[in-house]
Design a protein around this ligand. Structure first.
Ligand SMILES: [Cu+2]
Length: 461
């Protein structure tokens, strides 16, 4: 395979150095050698020893997940993925039979170094054919994994071999590319991280990997519905829903990198971090030149995309990080419920409970209380489940996690809840303060469920 660099150097010889610049840009496939968006993929012309963790790179952290181990055989990194059914826990209280790799949903993170030669065996223990695509990787066509197009699919019981050299670095993914709708909806995906052979720029102290997905699991069942198109009710980071997501812990001053990937069946996720702004340093694995790195605190990760962000953890505290679509921070039952906001149930409970013992109308004044009440729920379901927080109940779930930044950490274990320094915690205002600053104590009679509203008096006759 001829690389861009090789092609370019030939173009230079042919046209002369004076042609550098606009003229060579018009040559298809040729880019100036220092063009910042170019991947430094000279590695296909050169042989490198296998990259070593700790020496050539700092391994990434996959919260709630793990890295796929490898073995060195004659200088080649040999990995083994086993596609199989997995009894997966989304969060305590909800398990389902999913499809994943090596006993995990999602599959373990594959991690290697630019220039490494890889051999990846894929064993199929599923009841149907599969094949694996290396999403974003520059591999020979026959290694690209699209069933039927690039290869014969892997039949149940067979093991296939993929082999290629890594010619790039960045944040990528892998996923099934056979019966895609079913297999991706059941969980057959993972992250694929390639470290640069020659790192440029500052090294991250904490390098996290978070893959988004979404599922439809009907309350009380144990099998995701893979044909769902719109109404997903379990949303996950690395296959887990809050409170099942472990926090991302950093020391004050750490450079934190988060590599987001999204292989949800249908939906894009705007991931929002509180307390910081970040810069987007990679898009689909390609490095964004520093001058073009967009600052922000919400990054839209569309289906099939990866986005990498970096920030300095210079603000101690417990910080929410979540998809900002409100239905994506709910655990089951946030959907298809009747709208009871402002409804006056009156004696409804009493009347209905004659027919349905224990019936209780819910949601007239919002739904936040429902998770907290700890009401009996169908087996294997997490309707409206949140978690007790330090100050009160956290009524979010789904694609939600917590970034914890602390001074004087001695380890990256969960440090517990943040201790707010005096004067830095929202609190109940005293009457004295209200009179001093507002001139009065505001009348604050809460809305009564049975309150007669003005519009109810209107004559609709
Ligand atoms: Cu979302």
């Amino acid at each position: 395979m001829i690389s861009r660099r090789k092609f370019f150097s030939k173009a230079v010889v042919a046209t002369g150095a004076a042609a550098l610049g606009a003229a060579t840009r018009s040559v298809q496939g040729a880019e100036p050698a220092r063009q910042p968006l170019e991947n430094p993929a000279q590695s296909d012309q050169q042989n490198y020893p296998p990259g070593e963790p700790g020496k050539d790179y700092t391994p990434v952290i996959t919260p709630n997940g793990s890295a796929l181990p490898y073995k060195l055989v004659g200088g080649i990194k040999v990995f083994h993925l086993i596609a199989e059914e997995v009894d997966h826990e989304f969060t305590p209280g909800l398990r389902a039979h999913c499809w994943g790799f090596n006993g995990q949903v999602h599959g373990p993170t594959i991690e290697a170094v630019e220039g490494d030669q890889l051999r990846i065996y894929v064993t199929n223990k599923l009841p149907e054919n599969t094949s694996i695509h290396w999403h974003g990787l520059l591999v020979p066509s026959g290694m690209d994994g699209v069933g039927g197009l690039n290869q014969k699919t892997i039949e149940p019981g067979e093991t296939y071999k993929y082999e290629f050299k890594l010619r790039q670095h960045g944040t990528y993914m892998y996923h099934s590319h056979s019966d895609e709708m079913i297999q991706i909806a059941l969980g057959m995906m993972g992250m694929f991280i390639i470290h640069p052979r020659t790192p440029t720029g500052p090294r991250a102290d904490r390098d996290f990997v978070l893959m988004s997905s979404e599922w439809r699991i009907d309350v009380g069942t144990r099998r995701p519905v893979p044909i769902e198109m719109t109404d997903f009710n379990v949303l996950t980071f690395n296959g887990r829903s809050f409170p099942g997501t472990v926090p991302l812990v950093a020391k004050y001053g750490d450079r934190v990198r988060i590599r987001f990937g999204n292989l949800s069946p249908m939906e894009h996720h705007p991931i929002h971090l509180h307390g910081f702004y970040w810069k987007i340093t990679e898009m689909d694995g390609l490095q964004v030149p520093e001058a073009a790195q967009q600052p922000g605190n919400t990054v839209l990760v569309a289906v099939g995309q990866t986005r990498t962000v970096e920030f300095i953890a210079d603000n101690p505290g417990d910080w929410a990080m979540h998809c900002h679509m409100t239905h994506h921070t709910m655990n089951q039952m946030g959907h298809r419920a009747p709208n009871l906001i402002g409804v006056r149930p009156g004696k409804l409970d009493k009347k209905v409970s004659k027919l349905l013992p224990g019936y209780m109308a819910m949601g007239e004044s919002g739904m936040a209380d429902m998770g907290e009440m700890g009401m009996p729920v169908p087996r294997n379901s997490i309707p409206m489940l949140g978690a007790p927080g330090k100050h009160d109940y956290i009524d979010m779930g789904g694609m939600f996690t917590i970034v914890k930044v602390r001074e004087n950490l001695t380890s990256y274990d969960d440090p517990g809840w943040y201790e707010n320094p005096p004067g830095t915690l929202a609190s109940l205002a005293s009457n004295e303060e209200l009179r001093r600053d507002l001139g009065e104590v505001p009348e604050a009679k809460p809305m009564d469920k049975d309150m007669q509203m003005d519009h109810m008096k209107m004559d609709h006759g």
